[in-house]
Design a protein around this ligand. Sequence first.
Ligand SMILES: [Zn+2]
Length: 342
Amino acid sequence: MPPILVSHPIFHTPRHTGRHPLAIRRVGALIDLLHALDWLSPDHYREGAPASRETLLAFHDAPYVDALMHANDASIDEKILREQFKIGTLDNPIYPDLFERTSLLVGNAILAADLALQNRHVFFAAGGTHHGRPAKASGFCFTNDPVFALNHWLKKGLQRIAYIDFDAHHGDGVEDAFLNDSRVLTISIHEQKRWPNSGLTSSATALNFPVQSGFDDESFERLLQTDIHPALQKFKPEAVLVMSGADALKGDPLCGLALTIPTLRKAVLSMLDYSPIGVILGGGGYNPWNAVRLWASLWAALQGRVIPERLPPAARAVLEGLEAPRIPKDRVLPEWLERLDG
Ligand SMILES: [Zn+2]
């Protein structure tokens, strides 16, 4: 079955402001870039609906979901929100449509998982809030959309599901959610000595590969061959959920890993070889040029398109229009504007 891109207009404008690392255009720029390249036709695109309160309660605790729903109420106790639920902190600031956006993340992740059950690969770039906890926000994540995608597959009867997380940060929220469930194998490669500083050891259901800052293509390919692929060959997943994690690319303002786009793309795609049922989530990535180019190139690969050596002017204009509070204009490399692979 042909691939599908799942998104929603609410993800196409950043909600964060100021110097927050997510005060950057990512998913909206991806959609613009795909249109500029004529790579996104309506029959390959779907929009999901918000998850209901009841749906959210399958993973998140009721007081926390209610706190998310009412975070913008004038009468809310901001101190409780901040201290008990970590809502309204520097990392997890409140924005006007907080509940709508976070429930849409979950609804769209469930839609992506459901579409994948038709034996197809689905790309949900806005997804990947892997730090979300049952009763609190964590690391820019309010809800945990990967958990809902995985639970949807479990509910539909799948017995062996692999979650592979290439994001530079440990996929702690997803790992903890399935630590005692042998149907889900979580695999996370992440930078050592980087928040949340967990994921240093492995267990039967959770394989962790902490790596040094500077981790490059060669080390990554070696790790894939010696550990990741053998583990997946043994596990034989019926479905795979992959976090692409553009913050593992060289040039991310928050992380110190040094992968290149072609190598990370190849790794993500090689995970999909394990099953016709697969979803790719965008995950982190605070260099918008890298995130948008990685994601556009993943979508091109899913569709079997050839990635052009140099981008046409309309596509370049999308990349030239990007800005990031943590990357000064004079640090933007020419290849970030000219090529998807550079
Ligand atoms: Zn990350």
